[in-house]
Design a protein around this ligand. Structure first.
Ligand SMILES: NC(=O)c1ccc[n+]([C@@H]2O[C@H](COP(=O)([O-])OP(=O)(O)OC[C@H]3O[C@@H](n4cnc5c(N)ncnc54)[C@H](O)[C@@H]3O)[C@@H](O)[C@H]2O)c1
Length: 256
């Protein structure tokens, strides 16, 4: 499949997990990609795999903190410049931090909102002018099963993801007549840097019985990030041409 031939794609969170898998999927389908992440080492790994796949000529990497307004402004401008325009923005960058809500300091709460929700907003705002001049433009945002299903100890994270979901609907309505689609993926139970313990995990005294559902109905456990990347490739290609203002849950049926 070559659904991304000629398509210009900017992906955040591209140094690990789902964002990285999405880079490789879109390169494999012929796209040109700018891979952005705050983690330079992660981006080096992304670039090394692209080189091994013979796709290095269609990939650029950019160290970028999506929570930094000035960096987003210059980073998006440089990406659009390098690609000669923009057709697809994939906002995969995000952080997960868990804590008892009554022990969550304002600094931690604000940091999670700043990266996940405000960072996603900043990326969209800066990319919109180029996207609206692009071909069949698409924004793919990252919600989470935590936005719609109760996940204890993740109040700030769940709020950030619910906010992203609502923001996506607003953008889909606002720019639909100009041809832009905005969709969310809502992953769950995906093996990645985040779920293998980057950052603090659940509180030590977490009551696991509070999690209504933990196990996917499919398979033997968590799935790989490429399972989400394939859905993103569908959504951001013409195969997703009639999908906007909604979210697709990809969790192997954990939250049926
Ligand atoms: N893995 C899951 O089961 C799951 C479930 C629900 C939602 N998600 C969402 O999927 C997305 C991808 O996460 P993942 O699971 O691949 O985890 P991951 O930790 O492997 O990848 C996240 C990437 O985002 C980057 N990042 C973090 N803060 C950043 C910032 N300020 N600026 C730029 N980059 C930044 C990290 O460096 C990392 O490379 C996230 O938005 C996450 O919330 C994942």
């Amino acid at each position: 499949m070559n659904r991304f031939e000629g398509r210009r794609v900017l992906i955040t969170g591209a140094g690990s997990g789902i964002g990285q898998a999405t880079v490789h999927r879109i390169l494999a389908e012929g796209g040109r990609v700018v891979a952005a992440d705050v983690d330079a080492a992660g981006l080096e790994a992304t670039a090394a795999r692209a080189a091994a796949d013979g796709a290095a000529g269609r990939l650029r990497t950019a160290v970028l903190d999506i929570a930094d307004e000035a960096a987003v402004r210059s980073g998006v401008a440089a990406a659009v410049d390098g690609l000669g325009g923009l057709d697809v923005l994939v906002n995969a960058a995000g952080i997960l931090r868990s804590a008892h809500t009554h022990e969550t300091g304002l600094e931690l709460f604000n940091a999670i909102i700043a990266t996940n929700l405000t960072g996603t907003f900043l990326m969209i705002r800066e990319a919109l002018p180029a996207l609206l001049e692009g071909a069949s433009p698409v924004v793919v945002n990252f919600s989470s099963t935590s936005a719609s299903f109760a996940h204890p100890y993740m109040a700030a994270y769940a709020a950030s993801k619910g906010g992203i979901q609502s923001m996506t609907h607003a953008i889909a309505a606002e720019y639909g007549k100009q041809g832009l689609r905005a969709v969310c993926v809502a992953p769950g139970s995906i093996a990645s840097g985040m779920t293998s313990g980057r950052g603090p995990g659940l509180p030590e005294d977490a009551d696991m019985s509070l999690f209504a559902k933990l196990a996917p109905a499919l398979g033997e456990g968590f799935a790989g990030p490429e399972t989400v990347a394939g859905v993103i490739a569908m959504l951001a290609s013409e195969d997703g041409a009639f999908i906007t203002g909604t979210e697709i849950r990809i969790d192997g049926g954990t939250h049926m």
